[in-house]
Write a protein that binds this ligand. Structure first.
Ligand SMILES: [Zn+2]
Length: 99
């Protein structure tokens, strides 16, 4: 979990952006197609299964927000961070010994 997710508003934005409501145990969330329940409960359930690349993307967005970048700059920084992550992952795959 990102430290920023201790903030209710940020957590709600992430829960919805990542569409946690699709698999939410709270029926109300699924029906509303939005996080309308306990945002911390949902976050704790679903955050661990968010793909690493998406986490890298969001980490960059939150960093950009903290340093007052525009939404457009944030998007660009996040794309770059995700691309770098993919490159690093591909390299790691090559370094891994074959099974
Ligand atoms: Zn929910």
């Amino acid at each position: 979990m990102f430290p920023e997710c201790n903030d209710e508003d940020t957590r709600w934005v992430l829960n919805n952006a990542l569409k946690f409501w699709r698999a939410c145990p709270t029926k109300r969330c699924r029906r509303a197609r939005s996080c309308v329940g306990d945002t911390m409960r949902c976050h704790k359930i679903f955050w661990p299964v968010v793909p690493q690349e998406l986490k890298v993307w969001w980490r960059a967005v939150l960093d950009a927000k903290r340093t007052n970048r525009t939404a457009r700059q944030a998007g660009r920084l996040a794309e770059t961070a995700a691309a770098e992550w993919r490159k690093r992952e591909a390299l790691m795959q090559k370094l891994r010994p074959p099974k």
